[in-house]
Design a protein around this ligand. Structure first.
Ligand code: SF4
Length: 705
């Protein structure tokens, strides 16, 4: 006889933020507790192997703490020589996070379709591991199963371990049954020969009986949503005798979820507040309470009920408010209007402004109209018949670019430029060089926000680095906006994933803790994998003296401001030592780190220098027209204003839309060839001096000669 555990959908990391483990997070801890409880029979050594049928983790990117805590029982089971088999699920995006950490002797992760054979008490067991497939599993089930290399073995116990939906599976309070759909596998697709199908994905525990084999869904180990509020949670312990399986469902304690419906019509805020307070104080500890508000309520009354405060009233429960069925009456008078009588305001057409009005020329957006367009560099403004700006672009040769649009339009293969059909008018502004065109284009895009310009969407995507000085043992973090909170900010950066990678290097270089745990509020009570892996000096348990840690932080800040790259120089010396003792592999790894750190140091230095620029930007509008604009703290002032206004407008932090210009300025500062010197007092003299000298004088001036 043999025995195994079949569990699935543990969803470790649910309600746990990516970069920290909040204190008193009973919801997230509940998932971990049930996962440990489900593995208890294996920890006692009562079973011969363990199957986890997908969604071990809740997300693809997961807090390192959670990976460490998932590892602990698995390692203990593996040490007892009990094999564990894990298949990735949809929440993990087909790849178990920390796969390499988790895998090891006796722990097998099916990162690709494959079959594993082993023996238990002289009886052969064959497991076909089928990692989750996201699209069209209905069509490709047989094909992927073939890829596992599984073949029916008469003398063995054959198991299919997967995370898919099979026909007949039921979900939700109303028992919705899956029948069709591209990701529902028909029962007829299951080949003969399997003795047990261990499945995950459906959170409801159930057994689907088929002619060839039964499909077992162990369900999730904890309630994930209100759809599961009445479901029992647990796992299967399966005994196998004479090739027949006898599963028993073992229950686990789930979180209590309660929905309270409340009709608010005609009720005063005071009464509603009383009601909420009573129900919240009577709620069971570690439970979730959802108030489903119905009926009608006036906006003014709703504003007087501090709904958000109730969420914080008790930290051992979670309170939610649902307002989908609630009609919020915004303005009493409005209710008497018959629908459709209020006229929609028509959007006025936008009349864009350019710095030199007379340099603009208008053409019809037709082949004939384009004949007189010059071949010089410049910008073009494409508009519809109401003079609404649709797209603004720049070109080295205006005529060539616009003619190519006309050809696309005539051929009817607009593709990405589907909006070309609407374009009727085209304005052009010629410039003496491409650089001026680039700046002008950016300025016009920013002020007009044309609907089809991609850059507008990119305005949203900048991130910054900040050093949180207000926490015990400061950490470095990525944030998407700058606040006036006294912490230093560095950036902006466009590629968030790259900057996150670099944070790891910076933390290692300066010995900064990589976690975001709030060390003020909680002491670390369990082992930290980062400490064990040697990735942290564990300041949380006294591993580093606070004053030494602060010194490290100060050095890191100097590095991030682009002042001091001493640490990189030290790494270089270390690399040379490694080369001398012929440790080439380690030296090459170190070299990669040096390159990444140098890139980030130089870019931060460049950004800092850009924000220090006070000077003028000179743009060439062609035909001998040249105009200069003040540059204050790295930002271009397109319209002349008083000094006070300039300071108000250009205070810290910069607006998101200003960043593109700042980045462009910063790239120009770094490349001498594009820069010319210009000064209000004596442009010729300054031209003769080097850029380096000028920057020292604080008169960085940009443009192309
Ligand atoms: S050892 Fe380091 S990473 Fe782990 S909890 Fe402590 S400070 Fe955070």
């Amino acid at each position: 006889m043999m025995k195994f555990i079949h569990l699935s959908d543990s969803h470790l990391g649910e309600s746990m933020p990516l970069y920290c483990t909040p204190p008193n997070n009973w919801r997230g801890e509940g998932f971990i507790k049930n996962y440990y409880n489900a593995l208890k029979p294996a920890l006692r050594g009562d079973v011969d192997f363990v199957l986890h049928a997908g969604d071990l983790f809740d997300k693809q990117h997961i807090n390192m703490d959670i990976i460490g805590r998932a590892m602990v029982p698995l390692r203990k089971i593996a040490i007892k020589k009990i094999p564990v088999f894990i298949v990735p699920g949809n929440h993990e995006r087909e790849h178990i996070p920390g796969g390499l950490l988790l895998a090891g002797e006796n722990i097998h992760i099916f990162s690709k379709p494959e079959t594993i054979e082993f023996t238990v008490n002289n009886k052969k067991v064959v497991i076909a591991g089928f990692p989750y497939i996201r699209h069209e599993s209905r069509k490709s089930f047989r094909k992927i199963l073939k890829k596992t290399g599984w073949k029916h073995q008469v003398d063995a116990f054959n198991i299919l371990l997967c995370h898919q939906v099979f026909e007949g599976a039921k979900v939700g309070t109303r028992n919705f049954t899956f029948r069709n759909g591209e990701n529902v596998i028909p029962l007829t697709e299951i080949p003969q020969g399997f003795n047990y199908i261990a499945c995950g994905h459906i959170h409801k525990q159930q057994i689907i009986k088929t002619k060839v084999v039964n499909i077992y869904y162990a369900g999730s180990t904890e309630r994930v949503s209100f759809q599961e509020m009445n479901e029992e949670k647990g796992f299967f312990v399966v005994r196998i005798k004479d090739g027949i399986s006898y599963p028993t469902f073992n229950r686990l304690p789930p979180t209590t979820m309660t929905i309270i419906e409340l009709d608010t019509t005609g009720k005063e805020p005071g009464k509603l507040i009383d009601f909420f307070e009573k129900r919240i104080s009577a709620a069971k500890p570690c439970s979730i309470l959802r108030f489903h508000l119905k009926g009608e309520i006036e906006l003014e009354k709703l504003k007087n009920i501090p709904l958000y405060l109730y969420k914080k009233r008790r930290d051992d429960i979670k309170v939610e408010f649902r307002k989908e069925s609630l009609s919020i009456l915004k303005d009493k008078r409005r209710r008497f209007y018959v629908e459709g009588t209020v006229k929609k305001k028509e959007k006025p057409s936008i009349h864009y402004r350019i710095p030199i009005d007379d340099s603009k020329e208008r053409f019809l957006f037709t082949r004939k109209g384009m004949e007189n367009v010059p071949t010089t560099p410049g910008i073009y403004i494409l508009m519809n018949r109401d003079e609404r700006v649709l797209y603004i672009g720049k070109a080295k040769s205006l005529k060539n670019r616009l003619s190519s649009y006309i050809r696309r339009k005539e051929k009817g293969n607009e593709g990405f430029y589907f909006w070309l059909k609407q374009v009727k008018i085209c304005d052009i502004v010629t410039t003496g060089d491409e650089f001026s065109a680039l700046f002008l284009e950016m300025s016009l895009i920013r002020s007009n926000l044309p609907p089809y310009n991609k850059q507008i969407k990119e305005f949203q995507n900048y991130v910054y680095l900040t050093v949180r000085q207000d926490t015990y043992f400061p950490t470095i973090r990525v944030v998407d906006e700058v606040k006036n909170d006294g912490n230093p900010y560095f950036g902006p950066f466009r590629k968030e994933y790259k900057i996150r990678e670099n944070i790891k290097l910076i933390n290692e270089l300066f010995g900064i803790r990589p976690c975001r745990r709030n060390l003020n509020d909680s002491l670390r009570l369990f082992s930290c994998p980062l400490e064990e892996m040697g990735k942290c000096d564990a300041p949380c348990t006294g591993g580093v003296n606070p004053s030494i840690y602060q010194e490290r932080v100060n050095r890191m800040i100097d590095f991030l401001y682009g002042y001091d790259n001493g640490q990189i120089r030290e790494l270089e010396k270390e690399k040379e030592k490694l080369i001398r003792i012929q440790e080439f592999e380690k030296a090459s790894d170190l070299q990669k780190r040096i390159v990444s750190l140098t890139i980030i140091f130089n870019s931060l230095k460049k950004i800092r220098k850009t924000t220090e620029i006070h000077g003028t930007l000179s743009l060439d509008f062609g035909k001998g027209k040249r105009k200069t604009f003040p540059v204050v703290k790295g930002r271009v002032l397109w319209q002349q204003q008083t000094k006070k206004k300039i300071e108000e407008k250009f205070g810290f932090p910069p607006k998101k839309w200003e960043l593109d210009e700042m980045m462009l300025l910063s790239s120009v500062v770094g490349s001498n060839d594009k820069c010319v010197t210009l000064d209000k007092k004596n442009s010729y003299q300054k031209k003769k001096r080097g850029l380096h000298q000028l920057k020292e004088e604080g008169a960085a001036v940009l443009g192309k000669s």
